[in-house]
Design a protein around this ligand. Structure first.
Ligand code: ATP
Ligand code: MG
Length: 323
């Protein structure tokens, strides 16, 4: 990461979680929080915490939710100079309750919060012009203002020899929307590392066969695909080499939010620090697994030492059976 930090652009939220499972928030119930949150913030926090150079671009309100988020990112080594403090809107928030079946109910205040007012400023320009890598959240391709910033940052970083990763987080409905599909195609052209899960690999490539999808993405210039598969672990594909697989760690899931983002933050940081694919993948699986053992979306993000200790202390799941 000598070229400069990894950056991520997007929402920073305070998350408040119901301590009981159930359906929604229609009645009074015990809640815990606030916790620092927002997918891009979770990614960049894990990136910084593991020792990668990292910077966040986002916006918070002039309130405790914003100060809490900034303080956490700073503590974990993230450059927060690209985080604007909005003088009118509050920090975004998310209330989350898990249903008995594992699904979630949300009440969001996201785009009507400071997060919705994110703009390209001189501070943003300064961070982007010194950055070496951009991580793009596919969920944000639907936001015109954030897309413009993402595209502008991507052009600047690619022009200075930097790289781009993309977590597609795609649902079929998004892909079918013309403008979103066009943005996806544009960012895919610039993407070096893809971090899909589920059928996002096929959706991103527009091919239903997995190997055909991988080949099509390599043909477009992607050099590394880290496919996340929950408790089945993850596999990295690179052109012309055998896939590298890592089994997941056997843990008791307390709060599944943030696994994919911690996985991504650890993987990208480790690769940019010069780690081999297998090492980066192990650290990433440890980061994803460790994060689900703790309540709060980024409370389980680990330092290098914490992740190594975690790997020693926890067994792997092989083919659904604990090894
Ligand atoms: P998210 O569910 O946060 O959107 P994702 O679907 O992008 O994430 P997952 O595959 O769920 O990604 O999680 C990323 C990685 O984290 C997995 O490959 C796995 O290594 C680890 N992980 C996630 N959940 C668990 C779990 N319950 N037990 C062990 N490891 C897990
Ligand atoms: Mg998942």
């Amino acid at each position: 990461d000598t070229l400069g930090p990894t950056i991520c652009i997007g929402e920073i939220l305070a998350e408040i979680v119901a301590t009981t499972t159930g359906h929604g928030f229609a009645e009074s119930q015990p809640l815990i929080g606030p916790f620092p949150s927002g997918a891009p913030a979770i990614f960049i926090d894990q990136c910084g915490r593991i020792g990668g150079k990292a910077a966040m671009i986002g916006a918070v309100g002039d309130d405790d939710f914003g100060r809490m988020n900034r303080a956490r990112l700073e503590r974990d080594g993230v450059d927060v100079s690209g985080i604007a403090v909005d003088d009118t809107l509050p920090t975004g928030s998310a209330f989350v309750r898990y249903r008995p079946d594992g699904d979630r109910d949300f009440v969001f205040n996201m785009w009507t919060s400071a997060a919705g007012n994110l703009r390209w400023t001189d501070a943003v320009e300064a961070v982007v012009s010194g950055a070496g890598h951009l991580h793009v959240m596919g969920t944000l391709l639907v936001r015109p203002g954030i897309w413009d910033m993402t595209d502008r940052a991507a052009q600047i970083i690619k022009a200075r020899g930097g790289s781009i990763s993309l977590d597609p987080n795609l649902r079929k409905e998004l892909k079918d929307d013309g403008e979103t599909a066009a943005r996806l195609a544009q960012i895919l052209e610039m993407t070096d590392v893809l971090l899909p899960s589920g059928d996002e690999l096929q959706l991103a490539a527009g091919r239903s066969d997995r190997q055909a999808a991988i080949d099509a993405l390599f043909a477009r210039g992607i050099t590394e695909i880290a496919l996340k598969d929950g408790t089945r672990g993850a596999t990295v594909f690179t052109p012309g080499a055998a896939p590298v697989h890592a089994d997941a760690f056997a843990v008791t899931e307390v709060d599944p939010t943030g696994a994919g983002d911690c996985f991504g933050g650890a993987y990208i940081a480790a690769r940019r620090l010069g780690e081999q694919i297998a090492t980066a993948l192990d650290l990433a699986c440890a980061a994803g697994a460790r994060n689900v053992t703790v309540r709060g979306p980024m409370e389980g993000a680990g330092t290098r030492q914490e992740l190594e200790d975690f790997m020693k202390a926890n067994r792997r799941i092989t083919h659904g059976i604990t090894a």
